[in-house]
Design a protein around this ligand. Structure first.
Ligand SMILES: [Zn+2]
Length: 96
């Protein structure tokens, strides 16, 4: 996915459409579950024996990352964060 360096979009501070400068934000790593937490130990203990369904859901793996872009307004110099493309495996490129 390619993005222009300058985008004309809505600024909530100016309350109108202005030109923004795009900067990519490095997304934080998705949170991992603690393997030795009490609930995980209890779940493993339950699954060890002859049991049916154990309550609770198994964690679902999140596919792809959100491409966050920091848009800085040229008029008021305030910035807003925005996600482009939802959860995609494609990398976001900002044109120069
Ligand atoms: Zn603004």
């Amino acid at each position: 996915m390619k993005l222009q360096k300058e985008i004309r979009t809505f600024c909530p501070y100016c309350n109108k459409h202005t030109v923004h400068i795009a900067k990519s934000v490095v997304a934080a790593k998705p949170a991992t579950t603690r393997g030795l937490s009490l609930s995980n130990r209890r779940r493993e203990r339950k699954l060890k024996g002859y049991v049916g369904k154990v309550k609770g859901k198994t964690p679902v793996k999140v596919l792809g990352r959100r491409n966050k872009v920091l848009l800085e307004c040229k008029e008021c110099h305030k910035s807003i964060e925005r996600v482009f493309g939802g959860r995609t495996k494609k990398k976001l490129e900002i044109k120069r």
